[in-house]
Write a protein that binds this ligand. Structure first.
Ligand code: NAP
Ligand code: MG
Length: 486
């Protein structure tokens, strides 16, 4: 059964095998788009022949019938033992992703509704950088030599080794399908683990294209496995699995809690959780106003607001509040729909978002996109000031001139702690605020400046464990202490 598939060892050495992949036409362009489950180096249909449709959110059309993972044990083999780390294939994988970047960006746009140019630059671009960065770590994972108390007349020496965990599961959301895959998989592979990844049910296609490229890059069979399907089914089974030693998750806080519980009850597997946020951005009157407005916009609307570190709450110092607003409204590149109607603020915009992922506004026709929306004069107790929107919703409130501690208190008054930002020209204020903000990331005079080398992850109910940077490796390694007496 399902559980057994992970414990089977690879049959013999990897032999070159032809990959069978179907071709699909998109806008008169032929895109090679795998759509089946990828297990042990092969694309497979679901055993019961079932499929589900993945749709293109731009027009609601069906892109492909994807088989959810239902294969049974007899058809799949997995590596159980971790493999040696693979710097060369990892680099080759990054190169291949770059060679195929337009294709990957096209697939990402079709599947997730990402704007093509952003898909190319961010979704795909940062994924390539992430694989390059972690390929560099493959041969630099090492322990320490530690002086310990001597056991006279003998002496002792302790050294530590960093070892892979084994089979790791990765479960990710739909907002940056390929990039979330890259952030977790690259670190997981660099640490020498094998992985089983469940993409979001609605956005499986770049993960499957990635699987194809991983074969071409020479990643051995069974090291990377992609299982499309629902969280309740495939995701839950991964959390419950007795032979998986780690689950890396990015998604919502409630699902993160459920996963942590299942991981604990099954086999106490290690977990890292990158969860939701309602990140504060504080704009002081002594800031570079033009920059603050420009970045304030993108802090909210970048990637259509489907951004875990999106600034969910903007606090603007009273004396510049109206100027910031004017400046914001004058920017033609953003379409605003002002809404101060208390009826609407009471109505939970998130509910519109959650019902159908996006509110359908017939713009462009038949699309699922919601127009950028701004709420001003928001008070902290309102629903929109508390709950993550995960859409293009800006929430602006004022704070009293000079009231640094007051605004900090409001900024920290949340159970989330993913990211935060501050705009000021006063270095002392910037340092003080960055010290006081309870968030895993603080941006000063910038926003959304994530980088592959900088650790990323939240505090409080935004989860724990870091993606990216050196810190991410330790999420996928265990430390062994060896003590020798001589
Ligand atoms: P979600 O509902 O939590 O889903 C995330 C993933 O978990 C999906 O693949 C989902 O499967 C799966 N899942 C659902 N139930 C599960 C279960 N019982 N066991 C195992 N897996 C399960 O999140 P979402 O709404 O798709 O994504 C938006 C959320 O992600 C937001 O809260 C956002 O802040 C967060 N996010 C955080 C970060 C970060 O780095 N902190 C980055 C991006 C997004 P399905 O395919 O069936 O949905
Ligand atoms: Mg889709």
């Amino acid at each position: 059964d399902f559980i057994q598939i992970f414990v089977r060892k690879l049959r013999g050495e990897d032999q070159e095998e032809e990959l069978t992949i179907d071709y699909v036409k998109v806008n008169n362009m032929t895109v090679k788009m795998p759509y089946q489950c990828f297990i042990n180096g092969r694309f497979e249909d679901a055993e019961d022949g079932k499929t589900y449709s993945t749709i293109n959110p731009t027009d609601g059309s069906v892109s492909l019938p994807v088989p959810p993972f239902t294969l049974n044990a007899s058809v799949a083999d997995f590596y159980r033992k971790p493999v040696k780390t693979l710097p060369a294939p990892s680099l080759r994988l990054a190169d291949l992703m770059e060679e195929h970047q337009e294709e990957l960006a096209t697939i990402e746009s079709i599947d997730s509704g990402a704007v093509y140019t952003l898909a190319l630059k961010t979704h795909v671009g940062m994924s390539i950088q992430t694989f390059r960065y972690f390929a560099g770590w493959c041969d630099k994972i090492q322990g320490k030599t530690i002086p310990i108390n001597q056991a006279r007349p003998n002496r002792n020496l302790t050294f530590t080794k960093k070892e892979p965990l084994g089979v790791c599961a990765i479960v990710i959301p739909w907002n940056y399908p390929l990039m979330m895959l890259a952030w977790k998989s690259a670190a997981c592979l660099a640490a020498g683990n094998t992985l089983v990844l469940k993409p979001a049910q609605v956005t499986p296609l770049t993960a499957l294209k990635f699987a194809e490229l991983s074969v071409k890059a020479g990643i051995p069979k069974g090291v990377i496995n992609i299982l499309p399907g629902s969280g309740g089914m495939v995701g839950q089974r991964l959390s419950d699995h007795p032979d998986i030693r780690k689950l890396g998750f990015t998604g919502s806080t409630p699902v993160g809690k459920q996963i942590m519980k299942s991981c604990a009850l099954s086999n106490l597997k290690k977990v890292s959780l990158e969860l939701g946020g309602k990140s504060p951005l504080i704009i002081f009157s002594d800031c570079d106003m033009d920059k603050a407005v420009r970045m304030g916009m993108s802090s909210v609307f970048f990637n259509k607001g489907e951004n875990c570190i999106a600034a969910g709450r903007l606090f603007v110092e009273e004396s510049i509040h109206d100027d910031v607003r004017k400046l914001g409204l004058s920017r033609r590149s953003w379409v605003f729909q002002q809404d101060n109607d208390p009826k609407h603020t009471a109505k939970k915009p998130q509910e519109w978002l959650r019902e159908k992922r996006w509110t359908i506004l017939k713009w462009p026709s038949m699309s699922f996109f919601m127009l950028p929306t701004v709420f001003t004069d928001v008070e902290d107790h309102m629903f929109i000031a508390k709950e993550e929107s995960f859409g293009p919703v800006m929430v602006v409130s004022k704070f009293r001139n000079g009231d640094v501690d007051g605004v900090l208190q409001r900024a920290n008054d949340t159970e989330y702690g993913l990211a935060s930002g501050v705009f000021t020209r006063d270095i002392n204020k910037a340092m003080y605020v960055s010290e006081q903000l309870e968030a895993g990331t603080v941006f000063v005079n910038t926003y959304n400046k994530t980088d592959v080398a900088s650790p990323f992850g939240g505090f409080k109910q935004s989860g724990f464990g870091k993606d990216l940077g050196e810190d991410a490796l330790s999420e996928y390694l265990k430390t062994k202490a060896v003590t020798v007496e001589y």
